[in-house]
Design a protein around this ligand. Structure first.
Ligand code: MG
Ligand code: ZN
Length: 236
């Protein structure tokens, strides 16, 4: 990130030009996001945009969720990753339809990628679509995918100052899942301080402490998903 109004600096390009390029990219993204949101709303699909740093245990959390909720309602996954398809393979092993998007050098998913993936995946009405974003707490925050809710996963092995380091991510989140809480006895992680930092950015942010390994706290997360799905169905 640079210090000019565009947030970046590129040799030979003025800040004004960079700001215009960024505005064009985001305007195009927002148009696709609106199309996605309209489609999801019409079909009663509850769509979660899952974001985190690399190594937060997001894919493990997702595979456990898919396994535990199997058969209750239709589910599907869009898996964003820069290079590999390992995570999508783990998702498919649960029996859930999944599509991989490799972003290559790109470090986030955009709304058009989701539009195309949904076209290929063929999502069921009145189901839950999980979109696992690329592991990165910076630019995924700036790209609306047309999701119903934004979920940030932070593990207790990360610093409790992460919310302050990545403010846009936390300011735009609807739910914060604090993962790997089974490791808390071995760490100096200050949960109260981290939650206070996050709520400075997003007052009233809902926080759930979970462990995808032991299953602790997962029932509350599942209840949250089920109530979101019910609301999406009622609004249809
Ligand atoms: Mg992953
Ligand atoms: Zn990016």
């Amino acid at each position: 990130m640079g210090t000019g109004p565009a947030g970046v600096s590129v040799a030979g390009m003025s800040q004004g030009r960079l700001v215009r390029i960024e505005q064009d990219i985001l305007a195009k993204n927002d148009a696709f996001a609106a199309v996605n949101r309209q489609l999801f709303a019409a079909r009663g699909v509850f769509v979660l945009n899952l974001m985190s740093s690399p190594g937060s245990g997001k894919t493990t959390l997702l595979t456990r969720t898919l396994t535990d909720l199997k058969g209750r309602f239709p589910m599907a996954v869009i898996e964003g990753d820069q290079q590999t398809s390992f995570d999508a393979d783990r998702i498919r092993a649960t029996g859930t339809p999944a599509i991989q998007i490799n972003t290559g050098k790109g470090c986030h998913l955009d709304a058009q990628m989701v539009t195309q993936a949904v076209g290929r995946l063929g999502i069921a009405d009145a189901g839950v679509l999980f979109v696992e974003n690329v592991g990165n707490l910076v630019c995924p925050a700036g790209f609306d995918l047309g999701e119903t809710r934004r979920v940030v996963v932070l593990s207790v092995t990360e610093g409790e100052d992460k919310p302050l380091k990545y403010p846009q991510m936390f300011a735009t989140a609807d739910l914060l899942l604090v993962n790997k809480v089974d490791l808390l006895p071995h760490l100096a992680f200050d949960m109260a301080r981290m939650v206070e930092y996050a709520r400075r950015l997003k007052p009233g942010l809902e926080v759930m402490e979970v462990s995808a390994t032991t299953g602790e706290g997962m029932q509350r997360w599942y209840a949250w998903i089920e109530s979101g799905l019910a609301a999406a169905g009622a609004a249809r």
